[in-house]
Design a protein around this ligand. Structure first.
Ligand code: ADE
Length: 245
């Protein structure tokens, strides 16, 4: 059976999954810990991307080259960029753009030089499964209050924790001017998407909104990861894995 890699940026987001991992085996590689085992009947490898695009690209490359990952899933948190998103909502990515990539005037702003594109799409069938898994997991949480909303769309990545109301607005509008309606911002997804494109591996991602990328972002972010995001990560990933072919 094909091995699936599950990446998160932070240990708290990985904890619940690690707890459930059967036949767990830890391997140290490239200064990182990789956990091999079985989750929901699927062979998996769990890893922390660490924070930022380069660290995430290193982790993704190791997952493919050394651990034979055949598909990659990123699960974590993101800041909201689109006004309709609220803290606690969940975004299933349909593609990624790097908001801090600018090789103009050689290439249009946001375009990946020599790739002829700005966006990298997620794998459509696996994203559809992920969307359904998130729906099911969030419906399960609904009994404890209003269920969080589920969104699907573009996510922007960059090497910056966005923590200012004006900064988040400027980022959103610059992206919109170039035709990119980014729902959320984080720091790793586009890098993993690019590695997966290079290696021909399907990639999907789901992010829970931890903050509004505004002046309060750092406080909301820390509390949120502990209280909500790890539970979402656990429930959504398990539901997704159990539907995989
Ligand atoms: N991940 C979660 N919140 C974020 C933010 N505000 N900026 C960048 N990455 C994030």
């Amino acid at each position: 059976m094909a091995r699936t890699a599950i990446l998160s940026a932070l240990a708290q987001e990985q904890q619940g999954l690690l707890h459930d991992l059967r036949h767990a085996r830890r391997v140290q590689h490239a200064g990182r810990e990789f956990w091999l085992g079985e989750l929901a009947g699927q062979p998996v490898v769990l890893a922390l991307s660490r924070v930022g695009k380069v660290a995430a690209a290193t982790t993704a490359t190791a997952l493919i080259e050394r651990f034979a990952a055949q598909r990659l899933l990123f699960v974590g948190v993101a800041g909201a960029l689109a006004p309709r998103l609220a803290v606690g909502d969940v975004v299933v990515a349909d593609g990624f753009v790097q908001h801090d990539l600018d090789a103009s005037p050689l290439f249009p702003r946001y375009e990946l030089p020599l790739y002829g594109r700005s966006r990298i799409a997620c794998d459509a069938p696996l994203s559809e499964l992920l969307h359904r898994a998130a729906q099911a997991a969030l419906a399960g949480l609904g009994s404890e209050g209003a269920a969080p909303a589920l969104h699907r769309g573009l996510v922007a990545s960059g090497d910056r924790f966005v923590s200012g109301f004006a900064e988040a607005g400027a980022l959103r509008h610059a992206l919109l001017d170039a035709g990119h309606d980014a729902l959320a911002v984080e720091m790793e997804g586009a890098a993993v998407a690019q590695v997966c494109l290079d290696y021909g591996r399907p990639f999907v991602a789901v992010r829970t909104i931890s903050d509004r990328a505004d002046d309060q972002a750092h406080v909301d972010f820390t509390e949120f990861i502990e209280q909500v995001a790890r539970r979402h990560a656990h429930d959504i990933v398990r539901a997704w894995l159990s539907q995989l072919p």
